[in-house]
Design a protein around this ligand. Sequence first.
Ligand SMILES: Nc1ncnc2c1ncn2[C@@H]1O[C@H](COP(=O)(O)OP(=O)(O)O)[C@@H](O)[C@H]1O
Ligand code: SF4
Ligand SMILES: [Mg+2]
Length: 315
Amino acid sequence: MSEGVKLIEVIDLKKHFKIHDGILKAVDGVNLHVQRGETVALVGESGCGKSTLARLVVRLIEPTSGSVLFKGKEIFSLKGEELGRFRRSVQIIFQDPFASLNPRLSILGTLSEPLRIHRLVEKKEIKDRVAELLRSVGLSPDDMHKYPHEFSGGQRQRICIARALSVNPELIVADEPLSSLDVSVQAQILNLLHELRTEQNLSFLFISHDLRVVHYFSDYVMVMYLGRIVEEAPAEVLFSKPLHPYTVMLLEAIPSITKPKTKKGPLIIDDIPSPLNIPSGCPFHPRCPERFEPCDRITPELKPKEDSRVACHLY
Ligand SMILES: Nc1ncnc2c1ncn2[C@@H]1O[C@H](COP(=O)(O)OP(=O)(O)O)[C@@H](O)[C@H]1O
Ligand code: SF4
Ligand SMILES: [Mg+2]
């Protein structure tokens, strides 16, 4: 990543859950940062720890160890006004726009709540601001008197985006914001996020299990597997020259992108291991067609390789 202002910096972050039959390592030593105006994508299959990482970054949960810095300050020790400023500056958009809207609140109620909590506008200006927010996400100001059930999934996600924007955030953590939407609607919401990002100089931590979505939306891509980053690179590098066999597997699952063929035949797609029982050595080795002698014994570290960083013994 080129050097600029680091809005968010994640340092050796871990979140382990104690559950009845052991310790589940949902996030296990992640480092990343997002600079001002930049979009960093976090990609990986279901269960690899993406949402846990998102919830840590916005301080919805506390880590087992490690740090999250916002403009250089540890977020888990923020209090009072500084915590308020952090809560405003970093917003999250969730996968399911219905579950994240209060069904009993009108859209006016939903969008004015953060304005009131953070005292961002005078009472008499609230309706004008809500109207402006609705317009900015492609909805009509008349929609403010309706309730969540009167909208489609895509419209509800627009409302969630408006709510996130209401407090003039600097960073948006978008946790699979398209996954619950119809394919035709996904492109519209992605375009909206694209426009807003340019207009408002927003930074994004954009989470997806779908590399296709990430291809058009991110500057930098991080591939996560069982709680760890296994490859990261500027988007154009990752898509033109994927290094880790897991990244190659994810790319091969996309029909429309031309991608290099693996040397030793198809990868094993089934059998996603559980974070409760992480394989020895390279965690990807049970599925990897390239595995060789040290792979089941020695865990590869994330190391620089040209413009990428990769955790694989092949490099
Ligand atoms: N509160 C929790 N308690 C126990 N296990 C959890 C909790 N939250 C998430 N997990 C587990 O952590 C792993 C990662 O989950 P998650 O972060 O939701 O992954 P993703 O968003 O990539 O699908 C999963 O195995 C999930 O079951
Ligand atoms: S370290 Fe070995 S098993 Fe792991 S991805 Fe690389 S080649 Fe495959
Ligand atoms: Mg998730």
